[in-house]
Each structure stands twice: as structure tokens, then as C-alpha cells.
Write a protein that binds this ligand. Structure first.
Ligand SMILES: Cc1ncc(COP(=O)(O)O)c(C=O)c1O
Length: 316
């Protein structure tokens, strides 16, 4: 068993100081043969429970620095998932009001998590799903631009910047510069863009692999099937992403189950997809060659206990 930790302070001035610096855990049982290592960045160790803490904190910090976010403004976005939890936690800790727009029919658990932090929940039509929530946010912001700060993680460069400044540097340090591949799922694409850009700067030989659902209809919350989606404005893969790896929902779900049972890591389905992608890459490494493959576990499996029936199309 191996784990590589970054120095973490024993005490913190604020919960936000504990965002990032997550452990890198070896997935030894999934390695196909000696010399081909698979490691996973445990992003569920962030205090809000997911990788999204990094992006939310960076977008809020950069918003404050640029003057776009002042004490009089309300942070608003359309998400009930990991990003919503992250905004709520960071907003509460730093003393900013947060409002989240979500379709009226999201699960009670999602509403309760956000409400627990004091976040205001604004309901959009349950008939219009996530698109209706996005439309309503845009209407609210357009009608009251001085009232709201709308980070919009799909087009906000602070989202990949969080990973450029944090995740990418951490992966390089934790592997002692041995990383040969970085494999991660794509949703907003912030993780792969920022981590990939940083790792390519360290060494252009590091291969960056983007895992995406192989079909428009999929069960991998948090991930996007780009060919059938609105392409996020922060997605600039040229010179950074070496390969896109389409992966089926079943393979990802099966891998999530395997990682729980064999490695004791109960992770979400998008983590299952990333690990399945890393295992595929590991199996392709030619005999006699060594590799240090790093993947990323965005959140834990217990985020998905509540029924997802109505939330399949919801943006995370
Ligand atoms: C569970 C989960 N997995 C993966 C992702 C994708 O990460 P990114 O948005 O950085 O591409 C997200 C974020 O949206 C997520 O919530």
C-alpha cells in the first residue's frame, strides 16, 4: 500500500485553507504488471467532498481580486451537485451569500445539503430540467447585474486555473516528476485543461488523456458527452489533450464497484470512468516499458444514494 501526502497544516484559519493538497493513492490491485503503476488523486478528501471545491474557491477568489465580487453581491449559479456544495461551503466560510437555481424536482437530499449552509434555493420549472435552470440564472443576472456574481464554471478561466495552480503541480510533486500519463474525465473540462497545461509545461512527454461518455445518453453524472453538448468555452485541447477516450457507462459503473471492493475506495461513477480509462492505458503499455499513470477520483459514492431518475440530465 502506498500513499503520497503533501504537507497539510495541523490547524487551519478557515475550512477553505484545507482545499487541495489531496493524497495520491496507489491502486496496486489494478496494475497489469510490475513497472506499470496506477495512482489516484483522492479529490473526495477536499472538505466539501469533491474536486469542485478547488474551482469554486478559485473563481470566488479571482472574482474578489478583480472587483467583480463584492460584499454586496450574491454568488449565483445553476447547480445542485458538487459545484453547488462547493459554492455553498466556500461562500459560508468567506461570508458571501449564495443562491442556487435548480429544477423544483431535484432530490430532497440535494436541496438539504445546499440549505444547510444557508444557501438560498431558487426553483426553476421541473419540466425544463437543467436548461431551464441555466435560462433562469441568466434572466436573473441580466435583470439585476449589480445584485449578482455569476461565476459560470463553463466559461470561467479561473476553473482550469485552480488545477493549473494546484492539481497539476501536486501531481508532479507527488510522483517526483515520474508521471507519464494523466487520465481524467471531462465535465466542464476544468480539471483536464488546468492539470494538463501544468503537466505539459513540466514535460511535454506527459500524455494527457480525456475520458468521456461514449454516448449522449449516459449514467455518468459530472461528465459530458462533448459531441452532443454545448462545448464549454474553457475547452482548448490543442497542444494539451493527446487523446480522447470514449467509455461506456457499464464499464465505469463496474470499475467503481471494483475499486470499492478491492481497494476500499467507495467512489462516484465518474471516478469509475477515470479509473477504467487509466486501466485501459496501463494495458496498452508495451512489454518492457515502465509507466506512472495518474488518474483522479472526483467524489465519493455516497453522493449518489438518492434516486437519480429525474436528475440524469442535470449539470454538475
Ligand atoms: C462527479 C464529477 N466528476 C467529474 C467532473 C468533471 O470535472 P471537470 O468539470 O473539471 O471537467 C465533475 C465536475 O463537474 C463532477 O462533479
Amino acid at each position: 500500500m502506498s500513499v503520497v501526502r503533501l504537507p497539510r497544516s495541523e490547524s487551519a484559519e478557515s475550512i477553505v485553507d484545507l482545499i487541495g493538497g489531496t493524497p495520491l493513492i496507489r491502486l496496486g490491485k489494478l496494475e497489469p504488471r510490475p513497472g506499470v503503476e496506477i495512482w489516484a488523486k483522492a479529490e473526495f478528501c477536499n472538505p466539501g467532498g469533491s474536486v469542485k471545491d478547488r474551482a469554486a474557491l478559485q473563481m470566488i477568489k479571482d472574482g474578489v481580486a478583480s472587483g467583480a465580487l463584492g460584499r454586496d453581491k450574491i454568488i449565483i449559479d445553476s447547480t445542485s451537485g458538487n459545484t453547488g456544495v462547493a459554492y455553498s461551503m466556500v461562500g459560508a466560510a468567506l461570508g458571501y451569500r449564495v443562491a442556487l437555481v435548480m429544477p423544483a424536482n431535484v432530490s430532497a437530499a440535494r436541496k438539504q445539503i445546499a440549505a444547510a449552509y444557508g444557501t438560498e434555493i431558487i426553483f426553476s420549472s421541473e419540466l425544463e430540467g437543467s436548461d431551464g435552470a441555466i435560462r433562469l440564472v441568466r434572466e436573473l443576472v441580466a435583470a439585476n447585474p449589480e445584485k449578482y456574481f455569476y461565476p459560470d464554471q463553463y466559461s470561467n478561466e479561473s476553473n482550469p486555473r485552480a488545477h493549473y495552480l494546484g492539481t497539476g503541480r501536486e501531481v508532479w510533486d507527488q510522483t517526483g516528476g515520474r508521471v507519464t500519463h494523466f487520465v481524467a474525465g471531462i465535465g466542464t473540462t476544468g480539471t483536464i485543461m488546468g492539470t494538463g497545461r501544468r503537466l505539459k509545461e513540466y514535460s511535454s512527454r506527459v500524455q494527457i488523456v480525456a475520458v468521456e461518455p461514449d454516448d449522449a445518453l449516459h449514467g455518468l453524472e459530472g461528465l459530458k458527452h462533448l459531441p452532443s453538448s454545448l462545448v464549454p468555452a474553457i475547452w482548448h485541447p490543442e497542444g494539451i489533450v493527446d487523446r480522447r477516450l470514449p467509455l461506456g457507462t457499464d464499464e465505469a459503473w463496474d470499475m467503481a464497484e471494483r475499486v470499492a471492493r478491492e481497494e476500499g475506495l467507495f467512489v462516484g461513477h465518474s471516478a469509475g470512468a477515470s479509473v477504467a480509462g487509466a486501466v485501459r492505458i496501463a494495458r496498452e503499455i508495451p512489454e518492457g516499458e515502465r509507466a506512472c499513470i495518474v488518474t483522479l477520483l472526483p467524489d465519493r459514492g455516497d453522493r449518489y444514494f438518492t434516486p437519480l431518475k429525474w436528475e440524469k440530465q442535470y449539470e454538475w
